[in-house]
Ligand binder design. Structure first.
Ligand code: KG4
Ligand code: ZN
Length: 332
């Protein structure tokens, strides 16, 4: 089944064509980063306007890349939440219009389920069910047991900031620009992770996480020592990143052991972080669990993952009608 997926939950306008939830034929992501950079974060009104301008050209590019026509599409999947409601509505309205005009089956998809399905795209080896997923993005930090497509169990989540949000806020504090996560990652590579002592939050306290105290600790350090540059900046980035990674690794390993799971999927924008990837690869080798790390372009927001999640819903016979709406705080 050829599914057209649409994603517009935040600041990326994306369309993709995916066969049977596995094979990507066309995959286009139009980033709005440049439009939001002057403001140091995503401005919802600007995001919605850009989605309106970009979504039709992005769909046309995805169809051209796949070498197919709209008439070849057999189903539609669109992100219905969570996200910025004005942004979500653009994708949802376009999906409903196309579904109505072409008489196609339509399904609304949870953005988080999309991230969980990214691991099945264009992959030689895929995880079996049940497996553990660490979902770390700009809006979420969650440990989830995936029992099957569409059957998920939340084991733990952040009590305050998401991991990506902490990366972005700390980077902004250090004058690194937006989005700061990848910039912190780059600087951390040449820094000493033991240079600055930072708290290890939530150690030994269940599977929930917390990153906001760490952010405050970095702020306190900067207030006392002044804004660093050069090597001290790299050292602070490395120390912060190491503290985030240590917490994520501790919680993930604890969840694997608690539920006796042997397979781990890591997904969401923060799954691009090289420090996190390296630490989990080390753990996988030492502890003998199987690690699935999708390539960075499939960890960040894209529409192929939405098409994959939507395919499994459509294949189970799920359908949404034209009353489908966006939900800003949709739980998984
Ligand atoms: O999944 P995503 O594209 O969007 C959301 O659903 O939130 O994740 C974006 C987040 C941002 O906070 C960004 O700074 C972070 O992922 N990110 C990174 C890296 N690449 C992206 N954080 C740390 N290291 C990276 N290399
Ligand atoms: Zn996302």
């Amino acid at each position: 089944m050829l599914v057209l997926g649409l994603e517009s939950s935040c600041d990326e306008t994306a369309a993709a064509l995916v066969e049977d939830g596995r094979r990507i034929l066309g995959d286009v992501v139009s980033s709005q980063v440049a439009a939001h950079r002057p403001y140091g974060g995503v401005v919802p009104e600007i995001a919605s306007r850009h989605h309106v301008e970009n979504i039709i050209p992005v769909i046309e590019q995805a169809l051209a890349q796949a070498g197919v026509e709209l008439a070849d599409v057999e189903g539609l999947a669109v992100t219905r939440g969570p996200g910025l409601v004005g942004s979500l509505l653009v994708g949802v309205q376009v999906a409903k219009a196309v579904a109505f005009a072409r008489g196609l089956p339509l399904v609304g998809v949870n953005h988080l389920e999309g991230h969980l399905c990214a691991v099945f795209l264009d992959a030689d080896e895929v995880p079996a069910f049940p497996h553990l997923a660490l979902l770390v993005s700009g809006g979420h930090s969650e440990l989830i047991v995936a029992h099957d497509f569409g059957r998920y169990e939340l084991l733990g989540a952040t009590r305050d900031d998401a991991a990506g949000e902490a990366f972005d806020k700390v980077g902004k504090m250090l004058g690194l620009g937006y989005p700061a996560g990848p910039l912190v990652d780059r600087l951390a590579a040449s820094g000493d992770p033991r240079a600055v002592r930072l708290p290890r939050a939530m150690r030994g306290r269940g599977l929930d996480m917390s990153f906001s105290g760490l952010k405050t600790a970095v702020m306190t350090h900067v207030r006392a020592r002044g804004l660093p540059s050069g090597q001290p900046l790299a050292d602070l980035c490395a120390s912060f990143q190491a503290a985030v990674v240590a917490q994520l690794v501790e919680k993930t390993v604890a969840a694997l052991e608690k539920r006796r799971l042997g397979e781990l999927v890591v997904t969401g924008g923060v799954a691009c972080n090289r420090g996190l990837r390296a630490a989990l690869e080390r753990q996988a080798k030492e502890r003998g669990f199987r690690l699935f790390l999708p390539p960075p372009s499939r960890c960040t927001d894209n529409a192929a993952m939405i098409a994959a999640a939507g395919y499994h819903r459509l294949a189970r016979g799920e359908r949404d009608d034209l009353t489908l709406s966006a939900v800003a705080t949709l739980p998984l």
